[in-house]
Ligand binder design. Structure first.
Ligand code: ADP
Length: 694
């Protein structure tokens, strides 16, 4: 196990980084919030200042307009004074004056009434405006004469027009208006000669003297000092905002206040292009800020996912037991995982340093590995299934590894090097060795068991030569006791004893050979030699079970490449099983056929425990097929399911190891063991062995 494997999702080790990440995240949000607030206040101030600037501009414009209106009114009033003076041209009579005055009043709507008074303010002539019928009907002219008198006194003192205080003039129809008198002193031959008094209707004065286009958007009014409106003209107040400018209309004898009102739309709602521009820029800034925030959130999420993926990859790499190593196209080690470092006992840094030969290459194999590396860098593709190699640990011990190499392809599909995975297979090797040893022990045991089984047969078989020896010996002794000792008879007896002893010795030897021979060497053995070795034992059992054994070895069957002891045991097992399977059939039908022939690649298939399969798996090899056929009970489907399972037996004395061992032995030789039914009854077991090379 690699040390300190960081596990994803495990709470302890990842708590601190998680807290730090949360803190950093909070701080980042705080900064974003601050930036948003600053930007919002900046934009608000900018819009507000722009609005203010716009208002002050409008206010200034209004002040200028008011001043212009005052100046217009003043010059208008001066022109009116000249018009009034024109009435006195030519020293008119009161009737003629009245006639002229009415004509003048028709032209000037702002005048309500004109009078010609003498030095003591007695009325000489008077005319009302044709637009106002008897304007002084309700209050009477006399009630306002005192004001006129003051104005005229001022006028004679100034020798010019003087204006009286304004006053309200109610009309018979219920309406009324603010009016103002102007008094003009008349001079004749350098001496005062009375006064001309004209009464201005202030609303009409405004209507006549204020430019019309101004009235469309403004309200013009005369007010008193306290703000009381005396006369008003223009657009009424219907909108929310209002700008106001006041100018004094300073007239001789009286001062009026001119007030100009202007209504504006909802304040701050795009009052002009500048504000609109600022507002648009602010809006664009806000949108950009929002986009930035969104982008930043996306980036954060991507960073988080990347960090998680990296942590997962790291945890995966660290917890792998497979060693991983990446090399670039020049053969330099660019990456090794902890498992690989642990496997060879070198640190990642040591392994990544450039070496002529890698520190984990056993010196005796360095040349071979170097040439393998060169061919790999030249583009030789390694086998997909991997290959076995031997590496060396730091302490010098060698260990076998399974290496699987593949090209390292980057995101653009270009090969940037080689990636290798290493599996330490020392343990696997050890287990294989153990299993091989135990397999051998098992086979030896099975062999002994076979011999044990045959012990009774042996004793039966040995009985005959021993009985014969015994009877030869008894006969000879009898002859000796009778004193008659014909040399010929004794020689025959001795010959018989020797023959029988040899026969017994053969039997003993065949068993001895079978048990003792354990050499694992593979050698070329002819099928006949194999059969000869086991035939004595087979014949022994055949005789006991009344079985006929027929052997048919084809002349073209070559020698096989095998471990002869093992194969002999296979033959013996199969023959013994076949004979035992026939103990229920009539003696006449009990025949065991043992055949050997060259296996042609086109030959058919046989049925085995694992279904149909060809007997030969490599066409390049020549195979020799051995068959053992019996006329026994055959194999039922239930038995067939478990026939090769170790310790499966249907016999009271059986061990159930025979067939499983047979199959192992045959497969170890590269062949296959199968069986098929034999006609009309019985079973044929076939196995193949590779033919020995020439
Ligand atoms: P054992 O002979 O000790 O029983 P084997 O592994 O040799 O063990 O055989 C397993 C079983 O397979 C036998 O018990 C028998 O039922 C069956 N068997 C083996 N060979 C034959 C055969 N030639 N004919 C019928 N049945 C057989």
């Amino acid at each position: 196990m690699p040390a300190a494997t960081p596990a994803i999702g495990s709470s302890q080790p990842s708590d601190q980084p998680a807290e730090k990440t949360a803190l950093a995240g909070n701080r980042r949000w705080l900064l974003w919030g601050l930036l948003a607030c600053l930007l919002a206040s900046l934009m608000g101030t900018l819009v507000w200042l722009t609005g203010r600037y716009e208002l002050s501009q409008q206010q200034m414009q209004l002040e200028q307009d008011a001043a212009a209106v005052v100046s217009d009114i003043r010059s208008g009033l001066n022109r009116r004074v000249q018009s009034l003076q024109s009435l006195q041209v030519g020293d008119p009579s009161p009737q003629g004056w009245s006639f002229e005055a009415v004509a003048l009043l028709r032209e000037h709507r702002e005048w309500v009434h004109i009078e010609w008074r003498d030095q003591r303010l007695a009325l000489l002539a008077g005319a009302d405006s044709p637009y106002w019928r008897n304007p002084f009907a309700r209050i009477g002219r006399a009630s306002v004469l005192s004001e006129v008198g003051i104005a005229c006194a001022t006028a004679s003192r100034l020798s010019g027009p003087a204006y009286a205080n304004s006053y309200y003039l109610p009309q018979p129809d219920g309406l009324g208006m603010e009016v103002m008198d102007v008094c003009l002193p008349l001079i004749r031959d350098g001496l005062p000669a009375g006064y001309l008094v004209a009464t201005y209707a202030l609303p009409d004065l405004l209507a006549e003297m204020v430019p019309r286009q101004l009235l469309r958007s403004h309200q013009v009014s005369f007010t008193e000092a306290d703000g009381t409106r005396l006369a008003m003209l223009g657009e009424g107040q219907r909108r929310s905002g209002q700008l106001q400018a006041q100018q004094l209309l300073d007239l001789p004898g009286h001062t009026l206040v001119l007030r100009l009102d202007r209504w504006i739309g909802a304040p701050g709602l795009l009052p002009n292009v500048l504000t609109a521009l600022v507002a648009t820029v602010s809006l664009a800034l806000a949108v950009v800020l929002a986009l930035l925030v969104r982008d930043s959130r996306r980036r954060q999420r991507a960073e988080r996912e990347l960090a998680e993926a990296l942590a997962f990859r790291k945890a995966m790499e660290d917890s792998l037991v497979t060693g991983l190593r990446a090399r670039d196209l020049q053969g330099r080690v660019t990456y090794v995982n902890p498992a690989f470092c642990a496997m060879v006992g070198f640190s990642a840094q040591e392994l990544k340093q450039p070496h002529d030969t890698q520190p984990y290459w056993p010196p005796e194999m360095a040349a071979e590995y170097q040439s393998r590396l060169i061919s790999r860098l030249a583009g030789a593709v390694p086998p997909r299934t991997g290959f076995e190699s031997v590496f060396m640990r730091r302490d010098g011990t060698r260990f076998p590894v399974l290496v699987i190499e593949a090209p390292l392809i980057d995101a653009g599909g270009v090969q940037t090097g080689w990636m290798s995975a290493f599996l330490d297979i020392s343990e696997q090797r050890r287990v294989e060795e153990l299993s091989r040893a135990s397999q051998e022990r098992l086979q030896a045991t099975a062999r002994l068991a076979t011999v044990g089984e045959m012990a009774s047969l042996l004793s039966h078989e040995l009985n005959q030569p021993l009985a014969a020896i015994s009877s030869y010996a008894t006969g000879s002794l009898n002859l000796l006791a009778q004193g008659a000792l014909p040399a010929e008879a004794l020689r025959q007896a001795m010959h018989g004893i020797a023959g029988q002893a040899e026969r017994a010795g053969k039997v003993i030897r065949s068993v001895h050979d079978f048990v003792r021979r354990r050499d694992q060497q593979r050698e070329a053995v002819t099928p006949q030699a194999l059969l000869d070795a086991v035939m004595p034992l087979i014949v022994l059992q055949a005789r006991k079970l009344h079985v006929r054994v027929l052997v048919d070895v084809h002349a073209d069957a070559p020698a096989v490449w095998c471990d002869r002891t093992m194969v002999e045991q296979v033959l013996l097992n199969l023959a013994r099983n076949g004979m035992q399977a026939m103990d229920q059939v009539p003696i006449a039908a009990r025949d065991l056929r043992i055949g050997v022939r060259l296996r042609r690649p086109s030959a058919g298939t046989a049925r085995g425990a694992s279904g149909p399969a060809p007997l030969e798996d490599a066409a390049s090899l020549t195979w020799v097929e051995f068959s053992v056929g019996d006329g026994g009970i055959g194999i039922t489907p239930e038995v067939a399911q478990r026939i090769f399972t170790p310790f499966f037996t249907t016999k009271a004395q059986g061990m159930g190891l025979g067939l499983s061992l047979c199959r192992t032995v045959v497969e170890q030789h590269g062949g296959a063991l199968l069986y098929e039914p034999r006609q009309p009854q019985g079973t044929v077991f076939r196995f193949t062995l590779p033919a020995a090379p020439d």
